[in-house]
Design a protein around this ligand. Sequence first.
Ligand SMILES: Cc1cc2nc3c(=O)[nH]c(=O)nc-3n(C[C@H](O)[C@H](O)[C@H](O)COP(=O)(O)O)c2cc1C
Length: 189
Amino acid sequence: MRESLGALNALYPSLTVLAGAVVNGRENFITIAHVGILNHGKTPYISVSIAKEHHTTKGIHAHRAFSVNIPGENLVAETDYCGLVSGKTSDKAALFDIFYGETDFAPMIRQCPVCMECRLHSVIDLNSHDVFVGEVVRTHANPDVLTNGKVDITKLRPLLFDMASKKYWSIGQPVADCWSIGKTIKDRT
Ligand SMILES: Cc1cc2nc3c(=O)[nH]c(=O)nc-3n(C[C@H](O)[C@H](O)[C@H](O)COP(=O)(O)O)c2cc1C
């Protein structure tokens, strides 16, 4: 017996990020939980899905660039704030130290341990939302969250978002090695 939940998006938890753009000549940051990994290759693509009426949407369309910044648990209040108020009426950028890489109009947040500057690749129009597909031009990381040159999620401590509980969650313990534990089944079939 399975209970039908209708056409419910149950793809949670997701990562919580702060996407940055320049809107009307000012940096703005928006909290986004509907963020996607589109590939993991030499030319990486990611996506952010943003409601059309949000202030940030205008800036990404105008300048064809944005940033995706990953806050740690210590930034939970700032992250929530950026999802509560709009850049139309508040200067959210004043909360952060902002820096730029090589992509104009992709402002990044120094307090976020991992930041990606993106060039807009394409836009998927979903009526209420625009899904912005970005090519990651360069990723900037605080050495404090790296282990052997790789982002270490146990040091980054990203905020996970869950729609059902409407809470931010933290990561737990590793369960098993990827591309490895399945070999126990492969070897006996
Ligand atoms: C945890 C959290 C996650 C959110 N995720 C999204 C999202 O994925 N897409 C979206 O359009 N809005 C999302 N929002 C709402 C926007 O962040 C919010 O409306 C924001 O104030 C819009 O800012 P802006 O008008 O300055 O662009 C989220 C809010 C919170 C608190």
